[in-house]
Design a protein around this ligand. Structure first.
Ligand SMILES: Cc1ncc(COP(=O)(O)O)c(C=O)c1O
Length: 391
């Protein structure tokens, strides 16, 4: 039987979380991927999902997904290496590799699983992994799992990174991994300088393009936009954000992907994604490959809104993407701002520590390409009202 002290400790910790406005609860929500979500029974403009291109509800994805279910059934029923493979899986991996201009690519059940596999496969006890302080949690978990030495450098601080590299230049192997768009701040990594440092110190370079795919570089990501594709060893991405579906992916040279297939535990020891997801992914990829104008439009819209918010006096950090933080400080202020926007018909997520540093609680706006001028006006009005209420 579980000892009583165990329960007392858990109850105490939950109470502490609640008292500091940090208790996480799954919100009472429906249609979370649609442009209009239902929150506590009310229709609200959705500025909290990562469906940046509005593809999750796109009829072409729904149709492709339904066709895949009809043909292959609901579940993959095994891991890819056993029997969980379908023709459309291979098709998706081939098309993705060609889209990303790489020799090969492979799919994972999530972006999270992809990052675990990358670290678990390529890093070991004798590896030093350099990682930006604001990298996504899946990267940190992968590094932990690998047993590698983890060297964090200050967020986007190239001088600090150089110092850290210099002091580890005798290490047996080095990997640098960075988000290309930081998910809570919407700012971008200094990729050209990072690539220079990796060349100089003979370091494997891995990019997490989860939030950039579909939006930047013709939908291919920021490495493509900046013209550094060939200087990157592994390109990690996700179908769960701009592509409106689910799954992680890694693209790169043949030998690296083959190594990943052989070593990645989160690939080997799990059931493959279901056919419905693969059907949707293929449709999403083809839509973006055929026409990347939605991403470009989204970025233009994001620049306009960020300018407006800063004009109103809000702190939007260094955002240069469709993710715009509105940094408010303490947890209560962020929660109150979220509630006030709900009254205006807008849903924006309140993000608090430990997801973001202490004292930087914020609203995280993630814009979507299908917002109309009317929607944008509603957002501007909502924030103008919020500012007036704070003064
Ligand atoms: C930068 C980054 N990498 C990886 C992931 C994980 O992707 P997924 O949600 O597909 O597991 C996320 C998303 O939460 C992310 O923001």
């Amino acid at each position: 039987m579980t000892p009583k002290s165990f329960y007392r400790r858990i109850e105490g910790e939950l109470a502490d979380l609640e008292n500091s406005s940090l208790l996480r609860e799954v919100p009472d929500m429906d249609h979370g991927a649609a442009k209009e979500i239902v929150f506590k029974g009310r229709d609200l403009l959705n500025l909290a999902s990562n469906d940046y291109l509005g593809l999750a509800m796109d009829e072409r994805l729904i149709q492709a997904s339904a066709e895949a279910v009809r043909e292959y059934g609901c579940g993959a029923a095994a891991s890819r290496l056993v029997t969980g493979n379908f023709r459309i899986y291979d098709e998706l991996e081939r098309e993705l590799a060609s889209f990303k201009e790489q020799e090969d690519s492979m799919l994972f059940t999530s972006g999270y699983a992809a990052n675990l596999a990358i670290m678990d496969s390529f890093a070991g006890r004798r590896t030093i992994v350099f990682s930006d302080k604001l990298n996504h949690a899946s990267i940190l978990d992968g590094i932990r799992m690998s047993g590698a030495r983890h060297v964090r450098y200050r967020h986007n601080d190239i001088k600090h990174l150089k110092k850290r590299m210099e002091s580890a230049k005798d290490a047996q192997s080095r990997i640098l991994i960075t988000d290309t768009i930081f998910s809570m701040d919407g700012d971008l990594a200094n990729l050209e300088e990072i690539a220079d440092i990796c060349d100089f110190y003979d370091t494997m370079l891995v990019l997490d393009e989860a939030h950039a795919e579909g939006v930047f570089g013709g939908g291919k990501g920021i490495a493509h936009e900046r013209g550094i594709v060939d200087r990157v060893d592994l390109h990690m991405g996700a179908f769960s954000k701009g592509f409106g579906s689910l799954g992680g992916a890694v693209s790169g040279r043949k030998e690296l992907i083959s190594y990943l297939r052989n070593k990645g535990r989160s690939f080997i020891f799990t059931t493959a994604l279901p056919p419905a997801v693969i059907g949707a992914n293929l449709a999403a990829l083809r839509i973006v490959a055929d026409d990347s104008s939605r991403g470009a439009k989204l970025l233009e819209m994001s620049r306009g809104l960020k300018n407006y918010l800063e004009f109103c006096g809000f702190d939007c950090g260094q955002s240069e993407s469709q993710i715009i933080p509105v940094i408010l400080g303490d947890n209560e202020t962020a929660l109150a701002a979220r509630d006030r926007l709900i009254e205006e018909g807008i849903y924006a997520a309140a993000i608090r520590p430990p997801t973001v540093p202490e004292g930087t609680a914020r609203l995280r706006l993630s814009l979507r390409a299908d917002l109309t001028e009317e929607d944008l006006q509603k957002i501007r009005n909502g924030f103008a009202g919020l500012k007036a209420g704070q003064e």
